[in-house]
Ligand binder design. Structure first.
Ligand SMILES: Nc1ncnc2c1ncn2[C@@H]1O[C@H](COP(=O)(O)OP(=O)(O)OP(=O)(O)O)[C@@H](O)[C@H]1O
Ligand SMILES: [Mg+2]
Length: 113
């Protein structure tokens, strides 16, 4: 099992959810976050003064899935979220040791089928 953590532009959340729905996935967690990558946020100028906004709002989507779904879902995220502009976001992939569905006490892949 892997956890796919995608940090995306907020406006891409609903299109992404719809697209991933068509590909199939077991569940997702969504968190509103702020963050920055290598541009360190944005700088605005107002009446000759520079103002820095170090953190920009993003959405973090987390999906714990079986290994066989990982490539397809990452491709799906890229299809929806890649505009080619800076700030499109990032995808991190983690190994997941175990999952437990609390209601049935199923573990491992059975907990996320
Ligand atoms: N190394 C990182 N560690 C943790 N979170 C990160 C990292 N890089 C980016 N993020 C998160 O992803 C969000 C979007 O990052 P962003 O797409 O701007 O990355 P980038 O590396 O600056 O690439 P780009 O040049 O395309 O903008 C950030 O706001 C932050 O929440
Ligand atoms: Mg950036």
């Amino acid at each position: 099992m892997k956890k796919i953590e995608a940090i995306i532009r907020p406006e891409n959340l609903e299109p992404l959810r719809l697209h991933l729905e068509s590909l199939g996935y077991p569940g997702m967690s969504v968190t509103e976050i702020v963050g920055h990558g290598k541009q360190r946020g944005v700088t605005h100028q107002w009446r000759g003064t520079q103002y820095k906004t170090p953190f920009l709002p993003k959405i973090k989507v987390e999906l714990v899935v079986s290994d066989k779904l990982v490539d397809k879902l990452i491709e799906g995220i890229l299809d929806v979220c890649a505009s080619g502009k800076v700030g499109d976001g990032k995808i991190f992939v983690y190994k997941v040791d175990d999952a437990i569905r609390i209601s049935s006490k199923e573990t491992g892949e059975k907990a996320i089928d």
